[in-house]
Design a protein around this ligand. Structure first.
Ligand code: AMP
Ligand code: ZN
Length: 432
């Protein structure tokens, strides 16, 4: 039932003592990076400031902007030749937030995933089809290594190519899959097209759903369509990727692996910690990472700690399903997108006006993004070829930036309503 019983069911007091040692060790390591070396010195803080876990609050938060501003190597804490892998946050291009791993980091991460997959019931003998993007995104390789560690047979299918996914699933009697929830729904329409019933015509028993927010209702719907059990998997590239928090068979929140991560929930306005059980923003300090340790990283993900012990016997606390974000990042088809990325691209294109609006829609099981863009009045008189040309250019430029092809609608100046105060950049019409 447990991958590592001793660690997973460790006494809270013992676990917290181990966390303190790991935190002190992490601070010593982190200080070797350019960023933390400088920050600790400026603030007169360091490992000697920490006598208990509560002392973590003496340290400043780390944000995605800090990572971007010290791109690419400002956070690495070991000599470059100790690094064996790089990953980045999904969807971002150019100055993406990048993360680096040593060989030990990869081993620790792999073990965390093995722990998660085993907890959900995957075993040696399972045939695991990994329908996540391989490459810079952490979802592909992260799960791949973890599943191999358990001894499952891994089919590195990657994302997309739905008919082939279904064929692989049937030909090789796949028993477990890893999939983005919105893609699981989309894939079900391809089963319909092929006149196949996923419940009868495949052997999948377990699914891991991750990389994007989804509701309990959506999980139920996916379980109903496929007839498998679906587990929520949470992670972010800055904390390795998947394997940060995962559901156990009781499926009441996700165990967050506290031997590897020190967890805080803060009020995103006051930035003060909130008591266990209250909702806020998840802040994490890595406790095992050596290539790129992060101290008090603001995930911007909103959740709460479930303080009650779990019936499964694991002592690592649980967090609730992610409720949303405290910033304006949106996730479409598993890809992270900031409205600012779109704005920057648009503003570089001659002819584009100052206002735009992103509209997210769900039709059937397909999520889409339409970007309404105000362009110069001259494009709407006479020959409309120029308008078409501009539209094509905008689509191309945006696709290059966000890795998803948006629909683009060009409109006359001042036709997008302006509210008072902060511009509304996103309308999310995706419904269950
Ligand atoms: P990335 O750095 O590209 O791996 O993206 C990480 C982000 O994806 C997280 O900060 C969350 O906002 C989102 N995410 C990942 N897994 C989940 C999940 N199971 N539920 C909700 N959001 C998720
Ligand atoms: Zn549990």
């Amino acid at each position: 039932m447990y991958w590592e019983k001793e660690v997973e069911t460790m006494d809270r007091s013992k676990l917290e003592a181990a966390q303190l040692v790991a935190l002190q060790d992490t601070l010593i390591k982190a200080e070797k990076s350019y960023y933390y070396g400088k920050t600790f010195q400026e603030k007169g803080i360091g490992v000697s400031s920490v006598k208990s876990l509560l002392d973590i609050t003496k340290f400043p938060f780390t944000t995605k902007d800090d990572l971007r501003e010290h791109w690419p190597y400002g956070f690495t804490a070991v000599p470059k030749d100790e690094l064996v892998r790089m990953h980045s946050s999904s969807g971002t291009t150019g100055r993406a937030t990048v993360v680096f791993h040593t060989a030990k980091d990869i081993a620790v991460w792999t073990n965390l995933l093995a722990r998660c997959l085993y907890m959900a019931g995957m075993r040696k003998g399972d045939i695991f089809q990994n329908m996540m993007t391989y490459g810079l995104f952490t979802g592909g390789l992260g799960f791949h290594y973890g599943a191999e560690k358990i001894g499952a047979l891994v089919i590195p299918a990657g994302a997309g190519n739905s008919k082939r996914q279904i064929q692989l699933m049937r030909d090789f009697t796949t028993t477990a899959v890893h999939v983005i929830p919105s893609y699981a729904l989309h894939l079900s329409t391809v089963f319909d097209e092929l006149k196949l019933d996923p419940r009868k015509d495949t052997s999948v028993k377990i699914a891991f759903l991750g990389a994007e927010p989804h509701t309990e209702k959506m999980r139920k719907k996916i379980e109903e369509i496929y007839g498998y059990k679906a587990f929520n998997s949470y992670g972010l590239s800055e904390m390795n990727g998947p394997g940060v928090a995962f559901e156990c068979p009781y499926q009441e929140g996700m165990h967050i692996w506290e031997d590897s991560f020190l967890v805080e929930i803060i009020d995103s306005k006051t930035l003060q910690p909130v008591p266990d059980g209250e909702e806020g923003e998840l802040v994490m300090t890595s406790l095992q990472k050596e290539g790129m340790p992060l101290i008090r990283y603001r995930t911007k993900d909103l959740t709460r700690i479930i303080p009650e012990p779990c019936a499964c016997g694991r002592t690592h606390r649980r967090i609730e399903r992610i409720k949303g974000r405290s910033d304006d990042m949106l996730i479409l088809k598993g890809v992270n997108i900031f409205p600012m990325q779109i704005e920057k691209k648009l503003m570089d294109i001659p002819g584009v006006g100052t206002n735009f609006l992103i509209i997210l829609t769900r039709e059937g099981y397909n999520d889409d993004m339409t970007v309404k863009v105000e362009v110069g009045k001259q494009y709407f008189s006479g020959d409309l070829k120029q308008l078409e040309k501009l539209k094509k250019k905008i689509i191309e430029e945006l696709k290059g930036e966000i890795l998803i092809t948006p629909k683009v609608e060009l409109v006359e100046p001042d036709s997008i309503p302006k509210g008072e105060g902060k511009a509304v950049r996103v309308i999310d019409n995706r419904k269950e």
